[in-house]
Design a protein around this ligand. Structure first.
Ligand code: AP5
Length: 300
């Protein structure tokens, strides 16, 4: 019998990466008298990115009449969660693919642009500052974005289910900050779409404020007249602003890509959204299978 037990103490993580609430003392549901456990030491970064309040730090034996195999399967069945980044030019389809990925893989979608728009909507000082940069199609300064993303990734759901980081990092300084906090991806997806398609996608994009769903007047029209009537357009979705956003993207993209070269999956984002998803789905399914196999071999 073996359970995957993370032994790295909380104090080994960087101070800023500490979870807000301490974890409960025991969480591995052992239903047989505890005989032995294979203890797995993780790297600091692995601890930070996989820590979960529901994961064990100590093992407490419980009594039950269930067979040993039951325990092994239950301990082994919980593979490390996926950690994925998705990147691409404005309107390359990041948000659209994130909807499909989260539906299937139940990852927590953390979109830097959405966090910023929520901050703007809150009327905060940071929101006001962010809006000025977004209006010009420029990157919002790191001191606003980095902490926002970090806080979201530290939430228990991101730790437990895994995360899908959309539109971050957009500069080498953002990537380095994330790494220092202990967050590293398993996969870096790059959506590749020719520029002439991007402008068309931006100007036709509409959002449903009720469901958050992304539409396009031509490629992905609303299902009912009722939905069509309530659709909104983003303040930066104009032909002029997308040119500025594209310029910013080109200035920064190479620096980010060079940091994730070994983990990058380049996807043709110019085909239909289902065909784009098929490429991503294949890679994620393989990755998850690999993680499950690793967990099972550790539990064997
Ligand atoms: P953000 O909100 O992240 O915008 P973006 O990167 O410009 O990307 P978009 O959200 O415009 O597009 P998308 O790739 O998600 O495409 P979507 O799926 O919606 O950032 C906005 C601003 O915030 C930035 O300019 C910056 O100022 C700031 N910011 C954000 N992150 C930051 C960071 N890390 N640091 C600093 N500042 C930051 O699709 C677009 C349209 O195409 C939709 O209508 C959709 O229906 C359609 N579509 C999608 N896929 C397909 C397909 N395969 N075929 C046909 N149509 C499709």
């Amino acid at each position: 019998m073996a359970c995957h037990v993370n032994l790295v103490p909380q104090s080994m993580a960087t101070a800023s990466a500490k979870p807000k609430a301490p974890p409960p003392p025991a969480a591995c549901s052992i239903s047989k008298p505890f005989i032995s456990a294979k203890l797995v030491r993780s790297s600091q970064s692995s601890f930070v990115s996989t820590f979960s309040p529901s994961r064990p730090q100590t093992l407490t034996p419980l009594r039950s009449s269930r067979p040993m195999t039951d325990l092994a399967v239950r301990c082994a069945s919980k593979a490390e969660p996926l950690r994925v980044m998705i990147s691409g030019a404005p309107a390359s389809g990041k948000g659209t693919q994130c909807e499909l990925i989260t539906q299937k893989y139940d990852l927590v979608h953390v979109a830097a642009g959405d966090l910023l728009r929520a901050e703007i909507a809150s009327g905060s000082e940071n929101g006001k500052r962010a809006r000025a940069y977004m209006d010009k199609g420029q990157l919002v300064p790191d001191e606003i974005v980095v902490m926002m993303v970090k806080e979201r990734l530290l939430q228990p759901d991101s730790r437990e289910k895994g995360w899908l980081l959309d539109g971050y990092p957009r500069s080498s300084s953002q990537a380095i900050a994330l790494k220092e906090f202990g967050f590293e991806p398993d996969l870096f997806i790059l959506l590749d779409v020719p520029e002439e398609i991007l402008v068309d996608r931006v100007v036709g994009r509409r959002l449903d404020p009720v469901t958050g769903k992304i539409y396009h007047l031509k490629y992905s029209p609303p299902e009912t007249p009722e939905i069509a009537a309530r659709l909104t357009q983003r303040f930066d979705d104009t032909k002029e602003k997308v040119k500025l956003r594209l310029h910013t993207h080109h200035q920064n993209v190479e620096a980010v890509l060079s940091l994730y070269e070994d983990l990058t999956l380049k996807v043709d984002g110019s085909v239909t959204k289902d065909d784009v998803f098929a490429q991503i789905d294949g890679a994620l399914a393989k990755l998850l299978e690999k993680k499950r196999a690793t967990t099972e071999s550790l539990a064997a």
